[in-house]
Design a protein around this ligand. Structure first.
Ligand SMILES: Cc1ncc(COP(=O)(O)O)c(C=O)c1O
Length: 397
């Protein structure tokens, strides 16, 4: 028995902020998957490819040379320069590599730093519902208030500018966008994004644009938000290497923004993270220098899988809006009469297929499940046939 009676009081030492957030609904299923044998996972949003060999080799070589130290807080100058070049070549955007780019531990850290750098207690951040699981929690952890804007399948899960404007108050600080989207696979057109930019301009709001899936688009163009007229100065552009180059484990992301914002983020980063891992930074530099072909090959492969997944889901009778980006399909499971949590749990126990309940991504995700198709075609086909058996058993309409 502890001599400290406070230990007996559940949650006594846990901060209100930590108590306010819930564990990620994605991880819960991931943990279940690892304990059940023979499961096909359409759960975690992770490429099934290993990082292309030439990228791994560059890191191995750097280890041989003894590159095992800290880097500068902002990141290796060579990587910042490559990124600056990349943003210029791809989007015609000029970011000073010395002051307007910060290398982070994945986009995850960049999101956290962004919120902590810009929010005062009670500041509001507008975001789509459903959205990536970290968005609202990062805002809460920074003392802010997430304000959700419902999006619907009928509108292809795009954020509608009027709906955003209706949520603006005198506490609103920023709009957080993540397109191509996790969990829906939605991509927003340049015109629709321009309408959101108008709202941001009218109310002098920042826009945080998480473009981690920028390269993963199928038959449509990705619009980089900062390229919209007059938006560069008030956009915090977040990008990363995890998805496009199959580099989830290397933990490298970045933020590009005006120098005041990057300086504020860098202060927090230098006291909490110090720097992103050097090995990952070396690998990311190589990815930018010569990873384009391998990234494009992976995108071609995802596209083949996407088509099989979407057609398969529709054939089973789970209506599925066509995702044009990322590597997720987001079918409706409403006809089974189950909640998305029930559907995911029963599908896992009865047919050993793991999907993530849409409700893990917000209230508007209820009635849907997220199926990640970054897995082999053979597994996708087998998962679909198991799902067909399951849906046939339960469908009510
Ligand atoms: C939309 C979105 N943003 C950010 C992240 C985090 O990525 P990273 O591995 O760069 O931290 C993910 C990961 O799934 C994501 O889907």
């Amino acid at each position: 028995m502890s001599s400290n009676p406070r230990i007996q009081v559940r949650n006594y030492y846990i901060s209100n902020r930590a108590n306010q957030i819930s564990p990620s609904g994605i991880r819960k299923f991931f943990d279940l998957v690892t304990t059940v044998k023979g499961v096909i996972s359409l759960g975690v949003g992770e490429p099934d490819f290993a990082t292309p060999w030439h990228i791994r080799e560059s890191a191995i070589e750097s280890l041989g040379k003894g590159y095992t130290m800290y880097t500068s807080n902002s990141g290796m100058p060579e990587l910042c320069q490559e990124l600056s070049l990349y943003l210029k070549n791809n989007y015609n955007l000029e970011y000073n590599p010395d002051s307007e780019i910060l290398i982070t531990v994945g986009v995850s850290e960049a999101l956290d730093l962004t919120m902590r750098a810009i929010l005062n207690p009670g500041d509001e951040v507008i975001m789509p519902d459903p959205c990536y699981v970290s968005y609202d929690s990062c805002v809460v952890l920074a003392g802010g208030i997430p304000v959700m804007v419902p999006t619907t399948e009928e509108n292809h899960f795009e954020l509608i500018a009027n709906d955003v404007e209706a949520k603006v108050t005198d506490k609103t600080k920023a709009i957080l966008l993540g397109y191509p989207a996790n969990p829906t696979g939605a991509v927003m057109s340049r015109d629709k994004l321009a309408e959101i930019a108008e709202v941001a301009k009218r109310h002098q709001l920042l826009v945080i644009s998480d473009e981690i899936y920028a390269k993963l688009v199928y038959g449509v163009e990705h619009t980089c938000f900062a390229t919209l007229p007059e938006m560069k100065e008030s956009t915090i552009f977040l990008g990363g290497f995890s998805k496009a180059y199959a580099m989830t484990g290397w933990r490298i992301g970045y933020a590009a923004a005006n120098k005041e914002i990057i300086a504020a983020m860098t202060k927090i980063h230098q006291y909490t993270m110090l720097c992103a891992p050097i090995m990952g930074q070396v690998a990311a530099t190589e990815a930018l220098k010569s990873g384009e072909d391998s990234a494009a090959e992976m995108v071609k492969d995802y596209n083949r899988r996407r088509l099989v997944m979407v057609k398969g889901l529709c054939d089973i009778g789970l209506s599925c809006f066509e995702p044009k980006g990322a590597f997720y399909a987001f079918p409706s499971i409403k006809r089974t009469g189950m909640t998305s949590e029930e559907f995911a749990e029963r599908l896992l126990t009865e047919e050993k297929v793991a999907v993530v309940p849409g409700s893990a991504f917000g209230q508007c995700g209820e009635g849907y499940v997220r199926c990640c198709y970054a897995t082999s075609l053979a597994d996708i086909e087998e998962a679909l046939s198991r799902m067909k058996r399951f849906v046939d058993k339960y469908k009510t309409k």
